[in-house]
Design a binder for this molecule. Structure first.
Ligand code: PLP
Length: 385
């Protein structure tokens, strides 16, 4: 017997009380009960997002929220500055291309954070840019970007700032109102502890002014239609409302833990995971690690696919490899949402054994010890503070 642990950066593990909500009989999506749940969940999402901006629920994967942000804020032929520092940053440019939006791509080496100064320069060079599209946590490299500093720069211009927070929100600090994030995109299957199928967008008054200035070229992802229905706590089309019912349970968990404690838990888990990986002599990919996942380079002489297969087959631990140019080169361990300190310890213990099984020299317990030291330090700090 192996206990499955989905240590992947989305989809991620879903707690039992949330799963049980999904087992209930389907109610009608325009019933009073459904409206009541949408009302509560919309308020709850504002808490999770830490925003007073409008938050809307879309039935789509996270990419649907990105597509909605792009197609509603930038008219065809308009210009966007895309902060491309990984596979998901590059997705913004692909979405722009699909809608005839001119994407000015600012490339950053994968694994490095975006330098806010390059954004300032690009905005000076392209004063007609309507939107800057960035990423809070670049999941392909495990990098957290300095969104607060970038937001400050964008706020001084007429452009709006759209942020892909799909693997970041609920895993690391994010304050759209203080950080000048005009559109924040989130998906359900990462730190929000749900299965895939819902996407969320928050929209600031500055972004609404852009959106109201033209008619979006998308029918399904039309944020004006979504806003109109959201005022009645409804959605324009049939939502995945079974997931919305489950979302209420997930939000209740976040509320009872407290969003700042949720962020702290992720910070501690990520520091423990990083310490463990490094104690084995492995190298982190990112110079500014995100807090919902850890990406490390596969050591020379070890096969990435064999290592991941061994983690799954022998220990029930699912991880993911690299995307695009990082394929075969890195392994990514997700520790977001319904994940605790001991899931991280278990994963590191399994990693030690799997590496040893593949002939990599490992002193058993090294990674675990390093992680425990981080965790004990954090507990002490909490006890004292
Ligand atoms: C997962 C992820 C996406 C893609 O989301 P889907 O739900 O697969 O559409 C986009 N951006 C980031 C940063 C992600 O982590």
């Amino acid at each position: 017997m192996r206990k499955p642990r989905l240590m992947t950066p989305g989809p991620a593990m879903v707690p039992e009380d949330v799963l049980l909500e999904l087992a209930r009989p389907v109610i009608h999506h325009r019933s009073a009960e459904a409206k009541q749940v949408i009302t509560e969940v919309t308020e709850g999402l504002k808490y999770v997002f830490q925003t007073t901006n409008d938050v809307m629920i879309l039935t789509a994967s996270g990419t649907g929220a990105m597509e909605a942000a792009a197609v509603n804020s930038v008219p065809p032929g308009g210009k966007a500055i895309v902060l491309s520092a990984g596979y998901f940053g590059a997705r913004w440019a692909s979405i722009c291309k699909a809608y005839g939006i001119q994407a000015i791509a600012l490339e950053t080496e994968w694994g490095r954070p975006v330098d806010p100064q390059t954004v300032a320069n690009a905005l000076k060079q392209h004063p007609d840019a309507v939107c800057v599209m960035g990423t809070l946590s670049e999941t392909s490299t495990g990098t957290g970007h300095p969104v607060e500093a970038i937001g400050k720069i964008v706020a001084g211009t007429d452009a709006i700032f759209a942020v892909d927070g799909i693997s970041g929100v609920g895993a690391m600090e994010c304050r759209p109102d203080d950080w000048n994030i005009d559109i924040l995109c989130v998906g359900s299957q990462k730190a929000l502890m749900l299965p895939p199928g819902l996407a969320f967008v928050s929209v600031s008054p500055k972004a609404w002014a852009r959106i109201d200035a033209f008619d979006s070229h998308s029918f399904y992802f039309n944020l004006k239609a979504a806003r109109k229905k959201a005022k009645e706590f409804d959605t324009p089309y049939t939502p995945a409302h079974t997931l919305i019912l489950a979302l209420k349970a997930a939000i209740n968990r976040i509320k009872s833990e407290g969003i700042e404690n949720v962020w702290m838990r992720h910070r501690v888990m990520s520091e423990a995971c990083q310490a463990g990986v490094q104690a084995l002599g492995l190298e982190l990919l990112s110079t500014r690690p995100a807090e919902g996942l850890t990406a490390f380079l596969v050591p020379a002489g070890v096969s990435e696919s064999k290592l991941r297969a061994s983690l799954t087959d022998r220990f029930g631990i699912a991880t993911v490899g690299g995307q695009d140019k990082l394929k075969g080169k890195i392994i990514r361990i997700g520790h977001m949402g319904y994940t605790d300190e001991l899931d991280v310890i278990a994963t590191l213990a399994a990693l030690e054994m799997a590496l040893a099984g593949l002939g990599f020299e490992v002193e058993p317990g090294r990674a675990v010890t390093a992680a425990q030291q981080v965790l004990m330090g954090a507990r002490q700090a909490v006890a004292v503070g």
